[in-house]
Each structure stands twice: as C-alpha cells, then as structure tokens.
Design a protein around this ligand. Structure first.
Ligand code: SF4
Ligand SMILES: [Zn+2]
Length: 365
C-alpha cells in the first residue's frame, strides 16, 4: 500500500502527535489488495425503520480513508485494507459491485431489501467514489427499498443523497461519530470533527428528506464503546450520554453502539500488546442498552469478535449467551432479554466498573 502521509486537508487539525504515531504503526503493513474485488461482502438481517429486513453488506475497496492516510483513528485498521495508489477507477468499482451481486444471487433466495455500502472511508467523498460511480451504483440498486452509505460528516450533502432518492431508494447515511463527547473523540479516538459537524450532517439529511418523494432519508450514528484511555465505567457513561444526545438530533433515527475490538496495525493494538488496553465487557454493552432502552430511536449493537481476547468479552463461559441476548435486543428492542442471562463473572465486572480508573501518573513517590 502507499505510505500514509499528511496532506493539506489533514494539517492543522491539532492532532499531529497522534497522527505521527499512527503513521509509524500503519507503515508496518504492506499487504496488497485487488481493486476489482470488494474487501468483503455478506448477507444478514437488519433492524430498519421499516422493520427487520434481509440485508446485503458490501465493503468496497476504494483506496481508503484520507484521514487514515494522515494517521487516523486509534482503533481503525481499515487503512490496511486500502489499495496501492489511493484511488480506484470507476470500472474497477463497478466490477466490485458485480462480484457482490453474484455473491447475493448464489447465496440468497431473493434480492435483499437493504443494501449497506461501506468503503473503509467515506462513500460520499468523491476522491473515493466519484459522482459517476455514485450515480451508477444508485441505478444498480434502484429496485431495492433502502440503502445505507457510510460517510464522514464533511461529505454529507443533499445533492449527493439525491442520486439515491431520485431512484426512490430510502437512504440512510451512516456516520462514524464514535462518541458525542468532543474531548473523547479528539483525544481517545483521534477523530478530527466535532459533534456540531454531526448535527450539521443530520440537518443536510433532513433537508434531503424534505426534498425526497416516495422514500425517506435519515442518519444512522455509529458509536464506539471504550476507545483507549477510558476506564470501563467512563466508557459506559460516555456511551449512555452519547446514545441520548444522538437520538435527540432531528434526522438521526438509529444509533449503532459498537464495542472496540483490537485490530492489527493500530494504536489500540500497541496498547493491548503492552497490557494497557482491554476491550469492553459484554456486560457493559448490555448495561448501556438497558439504560437507554427508554429512548425513542432504534438502538443496536453488533459486538465483533465477541468472546475473544481482542474483542469485547466476559469470562469465556457466558460470552455466547450474552452476545445472543444483545442480538435479540437489536431485533426486538426489549431490555428484558438481559434478565434471562447471568453468570458468576458479573461480580467481577461490577468490581471493575467500581474500581478501575484511567491511567494516571503518581503525584508523589
Ligand atoms: S475510523 Fe473512519 S475516519 Fe477514522 S481512520 Fe478509520 S476509516 Fe478513517
Ligand atoms: Zn461469565
């Protein structure tokens, strides 16, 4: 892959120290990727404003996130999945879409109602996906009900969303906000934008919704539970307040709260290796979902790598059961699913929540 380097766009965002470290870590990765193959594609079910539907999730290989090239977020290993040179042509991107459609035709009984496109960056950044490709993808999926496209807030504009709504596809913009707390987003995640930028993107989506006919437009906020440098209890509190603040923004109908997992070639990985990071407990995920169940928005969580040392985990005995309860909650939004799971390790978790503190230098010797 190309060497990550700071560009004009990324300069002056006040995060040069984090970026310097991240660039050094990322430079260790040298795997190559084929621009004609998507990074990943899979079939699943998802809870949407129209209910639970079949979904096709596509991770397009677009050359990667420009913020990641500057250094990027402390937990994000996505840039490691980017292609050489930093951009992918229209034809290659459409080849990737064809591979995904073939995968669906071979593995599903019928076309999925919901298409989700992630790019290891921003689908709405025209340096990753040009206007021509965006329109062609909208036409390809004109027969589907709903599409989710991922983007940083800077690139969310109603004209871009109109490519999809003109085809009468309901459109959700997935924004990796990570947390509603600016200080945690800047200092723990190393993500450069503010909550106010997220609110502005939601306002763009709302305007696009007003202009759309026969379909709707909304925002799905992605939150990150327990970035590095937070204790377990700080992470829980940060998520509870973030879920509430996101759900309170007009236009944001879904909050997806996802626990950090330890990806290779990241700062989190370095900290993990040195004994300075533990992914959150699944009990903590359940606690946040329980404490925010009264909110009038869809709140979901999809713990990746659950039960492993590098993923959110409990004691090893109960992880599958708690994960299943979380997935049940995603579909039914009923917090009583958590009353049906228990384990001895809850006592340990309670102690961790009470006693764990963030790293601090001693004040005296
Ligand atoms: S989390 Fe998103 S913004 Fe941050 S480096 Fe990864 S792809 Fe870029
Ligand atoms: Zn347990």
């Amino acid at each position: 892959m190309s060497q990550p380097s700071p560009e004009v766009y990324e300069r002056g965002k006040g995060m040069d120290a984090h970026n310097q470290v991240m660039r050094e870590i990322r430079a260790k990765k040298d795997k190559q990727y084929d621009p004609h193959e998507p990074t990943r594609v899979w079939l699943d079910e998802d809870n949407t404003p129209d209910g639970v539907v079949q979904s096709l999730t596509i991770i397009l290989n677009t050359g990667g996130c420009r913020w990641a090239r500057a250094g990027g977020c402390t937990m994000c290993g996505y840039v490691a999945e980017s292609v050489e040179g930093g951009s992918v042509t229209h034809d290659a991107l459409m080849d990737q879409i064809d591979v995904c459609l073939e995968h669906e035709a071979e593995n599903a009984d019928e076309p999925a109602d919901l298409i989700k496109i992630y790019t290891s960056g921003s689908f709405l950044d025209e340096r990753e996906v040009g206007a021509k490709t965006r329109k062609a993808i909208a036409e390809t999926f004109a027969d589907r009900e709903r599409i989710v496209v991922e983007s940083l807030p800077d690139f969310v504009e109603r004209e871009k969303i109109a490519d999809f709504t003109d085809e009468e596809i309901s459109t959700d913009v997935a924004i990796g906000l990570e947390t509603a707390t600016d200080r945690v987003r800047h200092d723990c995640v190393n993500k450069y934008f503010d909550f106010a930028d997220f609110e502005a993107a939601c306002a763009e989506a709302r305007d696009a919704d007003i202009e759309a006919s026969g379909c709707d437009v909304g925002v799905k906020a992605y939150l990150l539970m327990k970035p590095p440098f937070l204790s377990e209890s700080e992470a829980i509190d940060d998520m509870v307040s973030s879920v509430r603040r996101c759900a309170g923004v007009d236009g944001c109908h879904t909050v997806s709260m996802n626990p950090t997992n330890v990806q290779r070639y990241t700062m989190v990985d370095d900290l993990f290796f040195g004994g300075g990071y533990r992914p959150p407990w699944l009990w903590s995920v359940a606690a946040v979902l329980e404490r925010t169940a009264d909110i009038d928005a869809i709140i979901v969580s999809d713990p990746v790598g659950h039960g492993s040392d590098r993923g959110p985990h409990n004691c090893g005995e109960c992880d599958d059961r708690v994960q299943k309860a979380i997935k049940d909650f995603d579909k039914r939004q009923d917090p009583s699913v958590f009353e049906q799971v228990s384990c001895e390790c809850e006592t340990t978790w309670e102690y961790v929540v009470e006693a764990e503190t963030s790293y601090g230098m001693p004040l005296t010797r």
